[in-house]
Design a protein around this ligand. Structure first.
Ligand SMILES: C[S@@+](CC[C@H](N)C(=O)[O-])C[C@H]1O[C@@H](n2cnc3c(N)ncnc32)[C@H](O)[C@@H]1O
Length: 248
């Protein structure tokens, strides 16, 4: 089978599994299989796949047909123009979260901040890369997620992020911060259940936040109230989008 035939066949299989982005996904998975850029597929459509390449591609197509996200198949996801390593222990960074990064970078008064629920480290790393002056504390309750976050920070040779394991602000409660940034789990049980088919591969503890989806933000705000040094700004993402508040 050649590249063009593999693309047609992969796309058809994904379409019949009701994958909306069938043709794009087949292209990404084939270029990943061949370790070539997407442009290669269209420059050499007649090039034959080896048996091993075909078997690998077909395996990816079969997993994608069961709705496994492309990012978990390739172990990579782009966020804020940077490439992040991801696996099943971290939420796949979402484009809407780039808004949080954008807003924080606009505020030149922020020098020291915490990223709570850092996951893959995408927010902390995008901030650190775009403003090397920032001192960032990135925390997560999941040790497995922190392994990925640390790998991502290492890849970009970032020295201005300190990773901590713990419950919300607990591991950094004595540090004076200008801002707290958080993309914590915020799905209600109802929304999680409704979207289960699309979310089932990602860690439940990165998404589900009790009956109304506010469990973690309630706890975070309780912790902030008790801090000795209160941050001036809080940036967080929830169902309604990005929120930004000054603590006065
Ligand atoms: C919605 S994900 C966000 C991941 C990443 N910041 C992003 O934007 O893609 C939420 C993250 O919060 C973490 N988390 C859940 N409960 C936590 C807690 N009590 N304390 C700290 N982190 C928590 C999860 O492990 C997960 O990595």
């Amino acid at each position: 089978m050649n590249i063009q035939q593999a693309l047609v066949s992969g796309t058809e299989k994904l379409k019949s599994a009701k994958i909306i982005s069938a043709s794009l996904d087949a292209e990404i998975l084939l270029s990943w299989t061949l370790n070539k850029p997407k442009s290669y597929l269209f420059t050499y459509p007649e090039k034959k796949l080896t048996q091993a390449q075909l078997a690998k591609f077909e395996k990816y197509i079969s997993r994608r047909s069961k709705n496994e996200p492309v990012a978990y198949l390739t172990s990579h996801k782009e966020f804020y123009g940077l490439d992040f390593l991801v696996n099943k222990n971290v939420l796949i960074p979402r484009p809407e979260t780039e808004l949080l990064v954008e807003e924080v970078l606009k505020n030149k008064k922020i020098k020291r901040l915490a990223d709570i629920g850092t996951g893959s480290g995408c927010i902390a790393i995008a901030l650190a890369k775009n403003n090397p002056e920032l001192k960032i504390y990135a925390a997560d309750i999941s040790a497995k997620a922190l392994i990925i976050a640390r790998k991502n920070a290492k890849k970009y040779k970032l020295k201005n992020i300190i990773f901590k394991k713990g419950n919300l602000l607990e591991p950094i409660k004595n540090i004076k911060l200008d801002a707290v940034v958080a993309n914590l789990p915020y799905l209600s049980k109802k929304i999680y259940k409704k979207n289960y088919h699309n979310l089932k591969f990602e860690p439940k503890n990165a998404m589900l936040a009790g009956k109304d989806g506010l469990d973690y933000y309630r706890k975070l705000f309780e912790q902030i109230k008790k801090l000795k040094y209160k941050p001036k700004y809080i940036f967080y993402e929830n169902n309604g989008g990005m929120c930004y508040t000054g603590c006065g």
